[in-house]
Design a binder for this molecule. Structure first.
Ligand SMILES: *Cc1c(COP(=O)(O)O)cnc(C)c1O
Ligand SMILES: [Zn+2]
Length: 391
């Protein structure tokens, strides 16, 4: 790996690359020097590797993640109460932003001579890591909760990883796998290499908006890895002189499992675990987020906020995205839209604000119990039945 590891909180630095946390307890990220960075001339088809100058590994083979569309969604402006754009991360190779981090983490492991990579996941990261491991010809160990739905397991199994369904407290798995004495290179949710890859989503958003800058970016938060990555990118672009007014980061959680929002509401310095209820936003149901405190710092530092939204509002936002702008996302992604609406209602977001929502994952991986409205008709009745509806 190229680059030092650094702690956002105490400033501690480490030369070694097999460390994920600082001695102060906070997570580390890969320090990069962005001072000479400029928007690249490189081909859009190179995906996130257009930003190779600020990544800790050279470009591997395989389908590149990134360069996903940023689209205006004027049809939802009234619903969310501002000028809305969508960063469509569901268009990544395995359907979520996790590909950006997997591509970096798996490539570093391969170039360092590891034969195995591993991850702990509710689904998207397992799918993504398995796919990138297959491309790099590495073995892959995937740990999922024992009750992970069969439809998710089947998608993951397509890439033929070694799948472990773990009984017991899922929250502990993250820490236990990173503490193992093993030859498996773990690329968990907020590890430095994953954060390094995932920061490219914010590089793209800011480049796609250039020469203007959005007022805010809203995204869902689980481990806090993605929020950390976006924050890091904004700091780097600010240092490079490409972004003067750093967008506010609005972080959104499901009300049933909202440790970061709780700490924000209670004005606490750090995030503590919460007792969670079930939510339809399964991909963000982490009650003990390893980068929760760092995510909290990201929201505060940029002048943003952390809020949470109930399942009914998540569901409504997900349906609006499908029926109003034709974009299908999973519930965990719709959380960002529901959060923007809440922040407009409270007055934090104003009607002429330009806000980008990161739609983290595709809605084409599972079913959500959508009501099917249909008519069964005879061939002879075709014209009559159609006319009855069209008129
Ligand atoms: C992983 C994931 C998130 C949460 O990201 P963190 O980095 O864990 O905070 C949000 N949405 C989707 C679809 C995800 O897969
Ligand atoms: Zn530290």
């Amino acid at each position: 790996m190229n680059g030092q590891l650094c702690c956002y909180d105490c400033g501690g630095t480490y030369e070694t690359d097999d460390r994920n946390r600082c001695s102060c307890g906070e997570p580390l990220w890969v320090e990069t020097d962005p001072t000479d960075f400029e928007w690249p001339d490189a081909e859009w088809s190179r995906g996130m590797w257009r930003y190779a100058d600020v990544l800790p590994v050279s470009e591997p083979s395989g389908v590149p993640p990134g360069t996903t569309p940023l689209v205006r969604a004027a049809g939802l402006d009234e619903y969310v109460g501002c000028s809305l754009s969508l960063k469509h991360e569901g268009q990544n190779p395995t359907g979520s932003f996790k590909d950006r981090g997997s591509a970096v983490g798996v490539s570093v492991a391969a170039q360092a001579g590891y034969e195995w990579v591993g991850t702990v996941s509710h689904g998207n990261m397992a799918l993504s890591t398995s796919a990138y491991a297959a491309n790099a010809d590495l073995e892959c160990a995937v740990f999922v909760p024992a009750d992970t739905p069969r439809e998710r397991l089947e998608l993951i199994a397509r890439h033929d990883p070694h799948l472990f369904r773990v009984e017991g407290e899922y929250g502990k798995l993250y820490h236990e796998t990173l503490a193992l004495e093993t030859d498996v290179a773990f690329v968990n949710s907020d590890t430095p290499l994953r954060v390094a890859g995932q920061k490219t989503v914010a590089y793209e958003i800011l480049e796609q908006c250039s020469p203007t800058t959005p007022d805010a970016i809203a995204l869902p938060v689980s481990s806090g890895g993605q929020a950390s990555a976006v924050w890091k990118a904004l700091r780097e672009l600010n240092r490079a002189g490409l972004v003067d007014d750093v967008p506010k980061l609005y972080l959104v959680q499901a009300a049933a499992c909202d440790p970061v929002a709780t700490a924000y509401r209670e004005e606490r310095a750090t995030v503590s675990p919460v007792t969670a209820d079930d939510t339809i936003a399964v991909s963000i149901a982490n009650s003990d987020p390893p980068s929760g405190t760092r995510a909290l710092a990201a929201a505060r530092d940029t002048g943003g906020e952390v809020v949470s939204v109930p399942d009914a509002e998540i569901r409504d936002a997900m349906d609006r995205l499908s029926t109003t702008v034709g974009v299908s996302v999973e519930p965990s992604s719709a959380v960002a839209i529901a959060g923007i609406r809440t922040l407009s209602q409270s007055g934090s977001i104003e009607p002429d604000d330009d806000v980008v929502a990161i739609l983290t994952g595709s809605g084409y991986k599972e079913r959500y119990g959508t009501e099917i409205r249909s008519l069964t008709i005879d061939l002879e009745g075709l014209e009559r039945e159609l006319a009855a509806i069209v008129d």
